[in-house]
Design a protein around this ligand. Sequence first.
Ligand SMILES: [Zn+2]
Length: 291
Amino acid sequence: MRLSTILSEYYNNQIREVESIIDKDKYFDPEEDIADENRIPVYNGTVLNIDIGTIVIHFFCATRNDTVTYKTQSHVIHALVVNNKIISIDCTLDCIETDACKDCTKPIQAWFLIEADNIFSDKPNVRIIKYNFKLPENIKYMFETTDCYSEWFAKADYAYRERLGAGAVIYLRTIFEKLTKSLGDSENIGEMYKSNGHTKPFEQILSIVDEKCSIIPDLYKKNGYELFRKLSDIAHGNQDEQTAIANYPDLRRLVQGVVDNVQNKRDELYANKELKCALAKVGLSNGDINE
Ligand SMILES: [Zn+2]
């Protein structure tokens, strides 16, 4: 695997092994190697050319309402060596669609900060620690075009990577609340509302909806409400950033579990409805599945 594959999958921050990044015929590590007049020593702060293959990333052009593919034009790009474990890469990506519109013809500026066990290694293990894209107007990330929950999860993860604990948790809480309420509404659970038509406090809504639809994953049954309280506390600024960061992985798993449960519930309800229709069509039932 080449480094370009890692950068193309910028949303994945797992450690993976890649082919050598630095051309040893051109450059050498002055810490490890003796001076060599045919090769250039790479000190901290050196900018060098590295051949990493082609970066290919899909974005979404809102003007064309379609997925568009962007690529680096050259295999060789500039990299700044921060030290022998960190390199910074700046590059531009161009749209390769033949019918690109005025928005997707504009190049995208991309920046990646990559951590390696040793950047001079023949098979370095690398991981993206930060990235940033400067997107032209109307060009969006793919996750922004799926459903709002995937978008909020992506934003929560981004905030977490940037160590913005409270920000990350607010997105999780939003997902949790919106999803629970929307399931309650689609199931016509009237108990969620007060007599004046306003919604009850979320903690009550959660217990009402969970009782009818069991959305809290079994794993969290015992402390699901407690975790939600933690989510609330952090989102309301009653907890410090460190607590938010420390609790994020657990809270994310809980919220992801709830999202999965609700999805399964919806699929099940949909399947029931389909079955009812099918039974009614063949005249085996009046369509009431409980009969
Ligand atoms: Zn376009």
